[in-house]
Design a protein around this ligand. Structure first.
Ligand code: SER
Length: 322
């Protein structure tokens, strides 16, 4: 078995913050290079290799990949859905150009496997109203979703034309106790926990009956590592796999949190993100992921809520002691 050398771009973001430690635990800290263009979180530097690199700079990217003998790239740097709408051209440029830079650098390097996250944002009004399957119509209305759809097709193009082993998942909204979200439409499902514990009340920016697919980060990380470890010939989807965890509305999430925190007060003030949420499916089906690489989530909403509250309380206590 070859020794993997792994580069993670956007390492300080929502997924990277949890994926990097998981990769270091699996492959050894000397074999995982975290990178980001921003100032890093101290843990990422203290616990392993780090390079400050801008994915928009193809020369720098190729240099890191070839000098370090990289065999896998997890390209996570991206602008999310809601933030992307405030600067559509900027979001398009970053999301697309960085992906093309990574695909090209990996193609030149040869035998380099790539992971790139897609999203439920590839679906849209034309895909609805039923639960979206792998092959439902793709009809994104946000620039983020449009860039994910184009990116999926680029990934398949590189696989079919250059044999580059690119793998991708259409993540639902990701819920993490460690990493703050940034600029997404599903962010309410993370913010509500922090506000519930801190203030006991929360103002939700989506309507109470807006159902969306969600996934707890420990499941997302495990599933991602499982997909990347699957033999190449077993994968049948070369755009991006649907990957389901749970689905709920804000009202259902509030009810689940209130079983632990009965005093929680929530009001609803839908803003511009409501339109984005309304364009997304309330649930997705993931038969292909289950069949091809054995995907199965471990967390439903109740388990996720219990774990989130416990993790956040422990973090608070640790900070108070420090
Ligand atoms: N969580 C993302 C967002 O809300 C969806 O992929 O933008």
């Amino acid at each position: 078995m070859r020794t993997e050398k792994i580069l993670v771009t956007g390492a300080c973001g929502q997924i990277g913050t949890e994926l990097v430690p998981a990769l270091r635990a699996k492959y050894g800290r000397e074999n995982v290079i975290a990178s980001d263009r921003h100032l890093v979180t101290e843990d990422l530097v203290r616990e392993g290799l780090y390079v400050k690199a801008d994915v928009m700079n193809p020369v720098m990217l190729e240099r890191v990949i070839s000098h370090s003998g990289v065999t896998q790239v997890y390209h996570l740097a991206a602008v999310l859905s809601a933030k992307g709408e405030s600067d559509p051209r900027g979001a398009w440029d970053l999301n697309m150009q960085s992906l093309l830079n990574v695909l090209e650098a990996a193609r030149k390097r040869k035998n380099c496997r790539v992971f790139w996250p897609s999203s439920i944002a590839v679906f849209g009004p034309g895909s609805l109203p039923a639960a979206c399957t792998q092959n439902s119509q793709l009809d994104p209305v946000t620039i983020y979703g449009i860039s994910k759809l184009a990116g999926e097709l680029w990934c398949r193009y590189y696989f079919e034309n250059y044999g580059l082993d690119v793998r991708s998942i259409r993540y639902p909204g990701l819920i993490s106790s460690t990493a703050p979200p940034g600029g997404g439409t599903t962010d309410y499902a993370v913010d509500i926990f922090h506000q519930a514990l801190k203030k006991g009340h929360y103002t939700c920016f989506l309507k109470e009956n807006t159902g969306l697919p969600m996934l707890y980060m420990p499941d997302a990380i495990r599933g991602t590592l499982e997909l990347m470890a699957t033999p190449r010939e077993e994968l049948t989807v070369r755009t991006a796999y649907n990957m389901a965890g749970m689905s709920f509305t804000p009202r259902e999430l509030v009810a689940a949190i209130r079983t632990h925190l009965p005093e929680l007060v929530v009001c609803y003030a839908p803003d511009h993100r409501q339109k984005i949420a309304d364009s997304w499916p309330s649930s997705i089906l993931d038969l292909e992921a289950r069949h091809d690489w054995g995907w199965s989530p471990r967390y439903d909403m109740q388990r996720m809520v219990a774990d989130m509250l416990q993790q956040l309380k422990e973090k608070k206590e640790n900070m108070a002691e420090a």
